[in-house]
Design a protein around this ligand. Structure first.
Ligand code: DC
Length: 222
């Protein structure tokens, strides 16, 4: 087994920022599993198909090919050969992904892909079910969280910086809905693995979180 660092937690806790930093420092590849779920959701949005229809989603899965490519160390996501790394970042896609990721066939398809990536590479992988389902034997597991208010404010600042005019109360509501769906679905719900270290980033800077993660990894000998 290669080296594996698993990071789970709710939307907006800062997983990807931290995972990118950690993977660069360790020289491991970064696998953003949320991006894969987003790419699947994007397929249905792009093709104007009802992603609330579980049977339709399952029927169309064989038409969907998701690949990860690494350009200068950064992850690009390909949907049927097209780079969708920017498109998948939209709020609409994140919300749709939270719906389609509930369906077991979608999870089975992407979990197999994620496991394969971890067999072939040393990885920092982030998502919702990495420490519990995808990489249950990861040497280091971290559950990164932050309060709903903190996560909403971070997202609000991010969108404002992009020139958008977000509404804080709407972002908070979206985050609460997504948390609920992610934590209460039947297959692979978001939860802290028994052997994961809990980190609440509400009052921490990015540097502090990275340092704490490195300390956890060192403790686990990775
Ligand atoms: O982390 P994110 O916001 O990019 O993830 C988008 C959605 O994908 C999220 O609401 C839940 C789902 N997801 C999942 O179910 N399992 C994962 N390992 C990663 C993401």
């Amino acid at each position: 087994m290669g080296k594996q660092i698993a990071i789970d937690g709710p939307a907006g806790a800062g997983k990807s920022t931290i995972a990118k930093r950690l993977s660069a420092e360790k020289g491991f590849i970064y696998v953003d599993t949320g991006a894969m779920y987003r790419a699947v959701a994007l397929y249905f949005l792009k093709n104007h198909m009802d992603f609330h229809d579980a049977a339709l989603v399952e029927k169309n899965l064989p038409e969907i090919k998701i690949e990860l490519k690494y350009v200068d160390g950064s992850q690009r996501v390909l949907l049927n050969g097209c780079d969708v790394s920017t498109d998948i970042r939209k709020e609409e896609v994140g919300n749709a992904a939270s719906v389609t990721s509930v369906y077991p066939p979608v999870r089975a398809y992407l979990t197999a892909l994620q496991k394969r990536l971890a067999e072939e590479n040393d990885v920092v992988m982030d998502g919702r079910d990495i420490g519990t389902v995808v990489l249950p034997h990861a040497q280091a597991k971290i559950y990164l969280t932050a309060s709903v208010e903190t996560r909403a404010k971070r997202r609000f600042d991010e969108l404002e910086k992009k020139g958008e005019t977000p509404v804080l109360s709407e972002i908070e509501e979206d985050i609460r809905d997504r948390d609920y769906r992610d934590m209460h679905r039947e297959t692979a719900p978001l939860k802290q693995a028994e052997d994961a270290v809990l980190l609440d980033s509400s009052d921490m800077t990015i540097d502090e979180v990275v340092e704490e993660m490195k300390r956890v990894c060192a403790e686990k000998g990775i």
